[in-house]
Design a binder for this molecule. Structure first.
Ligand code: ADP
Ligand code: MG
Length: 248
């Protein structure tokens, strides 16, 4: 059965998409079959993996999901592309009590042959993120080491706790990952130790450094692990993947 991980944080630009792509690529490199599902209408995960967004969003198309799966340049890693269709974005994010149950059914029914499924969530705590949490086994929360990092964090963790108590008892906080870390910045170090002090072992040991290779890789349609395997960012994501696997 697939392990479903929602990569979520209501803030934009914290590294959700980057983390979804690179963790999925690293899992594939470790011999696991992995799928990235793009549920952000911006479709960054889709294009970052070198795939064109579709006309329809597979999850609301009414067609079998298998028809939409696309191979990426990384063997073992597939993507369920997002769509820029506004109508489909509306349909996906419309308040719908059934959405999480439906999503869970779709993922477990049609995509259960993957080892890991990563849902790249939009930057909001809206219906889509809620549905993703309702259908996932874990939430993975990337945060940027900046001043307001902690504030948003408690909101998303509250939402995860609510989701767990109301509709998805299996949901666990898979972990908080510190991204775009710059060791030279005093503030970054302060934030990192504050987050660790508060959330303790929920925070992954591995911190993802700010690294230009990480930001360049998506324009080549590749993970940083392929684009520049020796880059610091690539090594950090490879280590994070080992932690993700070990936390099973
Ligand atoms: P989100 O999905 O949370 O909005 P992204 O993953 O798209 O965030 O990242 C936001 C921006 O920061 C992107 O331009 C991305 O390339 C860049 N970025 C993400 N992680 C790193 C990193 N470790 N080093 C440098 N740039 C990064
Ligand atoms: Mg994103």
């Amino acid at each position: 059965m697939a392990k479903i991980i929602a990569v979520a944080n209501q803030k934009g630009g914290v590294g959700k998409t980057t983390t979804a792509i690179n963790v999925a690529a690293g899992l594939a490199k470790a011999g696991k079959s992995a799928l990235v599902i793009d549920i952000d209408p911006q479709c960054n995960a889709t294009s970052g993996l070198g795939v064109e967004p579709g006309q329809r969003h597979p999850l609301v198309s009414g067609r079998p999901l298998a028809e939409y799966l696309v191979e990426t340049s990384q063997p073992g890693l597939q993507v369920l592309p997002g769509s820029q269709s506004l109508a489909d974005a509306d349909a996906l994010s419309a308040p719908n009590r059934q959405r999480a149950a439906l999503l869970r059914q779709q993922l477990h029914g049609e995509l259960s042959h993957f080892d890991y499924i990563l849902l790249d969530c939009p930057p909001s705590l809206g219906q889509l993120t809620r549905a993703a949490l309702g259908a996932s086994a874990e939430i993975l929360i990337p945060i940027q080491c900046e001043y307001f990092a902690m504030e948003g964090l408690s909101q998303i963790i509250d939402l995860a706790r609510q989701t767990k108590s109301r509709e998805n008892t299996r949901l666990e906080i898979g972990g908080i990952v510190l991204t775009m870390f710059d060791p030279e910045l005093e503030l970054a170090n302060e934030v990192a130790s504050e987050v660790r002090g508060y959330f303790e072992e929920t925070v992954f040991e591995t911190m993802i450094p700010r690294d230009v290779s990480v930001s360049e890789a998506p324009s080549h349609g590749k993970s940083v692990l392929d684009y520049n395997p020796r880059a610091r960012g690539a090594r950090a994501y490879a280590e994070l993947v080992m932690e993700v696997i070990d936390r099973e």
